[in-house]
Design a protein around this ligand. Structure first.
Ligand code: URA
Length: 236
């Protein structure tokens, strides 16, 4: 897909509507390899040097954003009433069609990837791909060796749903690290529920071998590097 309609390139890369892109292009705001192109339907190679409204375009088919999700924000693209993770993405990283890769509960914090790449998202969250997501949970009781074994053998949830094996590691206090490769609704809270433990706090710290980094405060975002995007699909 190296050639695309000019208005499509401009709209997707500058996060403006197709209509605004067409208007701007007709007004002569678009320059391709030094030549003003006023036809929004012109087929343009994305490898050309493209300038729009004086800004040089660094074409990227997709964007991958790492967010440290704060509490109280919905894992969704938009919502009529509540603030969503996509609302928190700063203008410099905004694109049309952004969405979170999987969902974290409203009260869960930590590593969330936001992208406009549907295929990437599908592969990252598909249980078939067996990518481990690592969480730290603060519980209302202690993790026992027996619980570690129950999680390793595949927890059966209260409604009979069987979970894939999960890795549970007691940490200090009533904290525990847990690694799962699926994303069922409230999965971790429901898994701990079956062994009589409540989850007071939950935070995701890694996705594959991609770890949340200290530079991101809650609500902070940054674009992922290519090697970091690959780390999502790596196994420890
Ligand atoms: N499991 C949960 O219970 N909640 C989350 O947000 C993620 C995993």
């Amino acid at each position: 897909m190296t050639e695309q309609r000019f208005d499509k390139i401009i709209a997707s890369q500058f996060n403006i509507s197709r209509k605004d892109a067409r208007t701007g292009i007709r007004k002569g705001k678009g320059v391709v390899d030094g030549q003003v192109i006023k036809d929004p339907a012109a087929q343009i190679s994305v490898n050309s040097q493209i300038v729009y409204g004086g800004k040089t375009l660094n074409y990227k088919e997709h964007i991958y954003i790492l967010m440290n999700k704060p509490k109280g924000v919905l894992s969704a693209s938009s919502d009529k009433k509540k603030q969503t993770v996509v609302d928190l993405v700063p203008g410099r990283l905004k694109r049309n069609n952004l969405f979170p890769v999987g969902r974290l509960d409203k009260d869960t914090t930590g590593l969330l990837i936001i992208t406009d790449d549907g295929e990437f998202a599908h592969n990252a969250i598909s249980p078939k791909k067996d990518i481990l997501k690592t969480y730290v949970a603060e519980l209302d009781g202690e993790v026992t060796e027996q619980m570690v074994d129950i999680f390793a053998n595949g927890v059966v949830l209260a409604d009979g749903t069987v979970c894939k094996k999960a890795y549970l590691k007691p940490l200090y206090g009533n904290k525990a690290e847990i690694k799962i490769s699926e994303g069922k609704y409230h999965q971790i809270k429901r898994m701990f529920g079956t062994v009589g433990l409540g989850v007071n706090e939950l935070s995701r710290v890694a996705f594959g071998t991609l770890h949340l980094t200290d530079d991101l405060k809650p609500g902070g975002c940054r674009e992922l590097e290519t090697w970091e995007i690959k780390a999502v699909f790596c196994r420890d």
